[in-house]
Design a protein around this ligand. Structure first.
Ligand code: GLP
Length: 263
């Protein structure tokens, strides 16, 4: 089976396990003097992981000049651009606060190696990733509706299984469920703070990553994960495409998510 399921006891153990794998992958590539293309996610799931990962990289004193990061997504404002960094939901600000700002500047991570999809020219990021040989490792969370990044579920009547997997980086309208969920979890329940659009990395560059690591730690994520365990890749559950990926792992917390008893 290509997809590995790893149960950790709790949030701290999940975060540490995720950070350990990412640090090892970065170290391996950089020690071979190869560039490391790392896809990054935001969200509550990743908060402690970033703290641990920055700590591990600082401790190992790796030279990060060849590390390139590609964030999955960012909200888009009514003007068609990224929401500003001082917006409370800015993913740029999240990354700075939780990861980039914690890295020792002496490791030499280059600011112009930090990438986000741009709503003005979303295709440019896909071309860049392709031109550099594809992502080495993609970190993912999972939405309560099974979305990955902001690739929202679609019905198979709307789009074929293969066409969904080929979706490029693009600007999308957020679903009502995602607006509600993100208002509740990240905006103190204030729906008016959540933008209506976002720019998201497509399924194609995500699934093109050589390795995928998905983390899940909320009780609400049990249902999409259980559906996934029983099912097959379908646009109705975007995360289910990991089932067919050659090297993917899901690390979940056993104290909130129970997947036992499923084939
Ligand atoms: C957002 C992001 C997703 C993320 C999801 C879950 O919708 N676009 O990439 O996986 O939130 O986030 P959390 O980690 O807060 O559950």
């Amino acid at each position: 089976m290509a997809l590995h399921w790893v149960r950790e006891d709790d949030y701290e153990a999940m975060s540490r396990a995720g950070a350990t794998r990412i640090a090892a992958a970065i170290e391996k590539r950089l020690r071979q003097r190869c560039p490391m293309l790392l896809g990054l996610a935001t969200g509550n799931t990743m908060l402690t992981l970033y703290e641990r990962l920055a700590g591990m990289l600082n401790e190992r004193r790796l030279d990060l000049a060849q590390l390139h990061t590609f964030n999955l997504d960012e909200y888009v404002g009514a003007d068609g651009r990224w929401i500003p960094a001082d917006h409370p939901l800015s993913y740029h600000a999240y990354m700075e606060k939780n990861f980039f700002g914690r890295l020792d500047p002496r490791l030499g991570m280059k600011r112009d190696h930090v990438h986000f999809p741009d709503p003005a020219c979303p295709a440019a990021l896909d071309e860049m990733i392709r031109g550099m040989g594809g992502l080495d490792l993609q970190l993912l969370g999972i939405g309560f509706n099974g979305h990955i990044a902001f690739n929202e579920p679609m019905s198979e009547a709307e789009i074929g299984v293969e066409a969904f997997a080929a979706l490029p980086t693009r600007v999308i309208d957020l679903t009502e469920l995602t607006i509600d969920t993100n208002a509740r979890l990240t905006a103190g329940g204030d729906r008016s703070q959540v933008p209506r659009q976002a720019v998201t990395l497509g399924m194609q560059p995500i699934l093109g990553a050589r390795e995928i690591l998905l983390l899940a730690c909320f009780a609400e994520q049990q249902e999409p994960l259980r559906r996934m365990k029983r099912g097959r890749p379908t646009p109705e559950l975007p995360a289910s495409y990991l089932l067919d990926h050659p090297q993917s792992t899901i690390i979940y917390t056993g104290d909130r998510i129970c997947l036992e008893g499923l084939a």
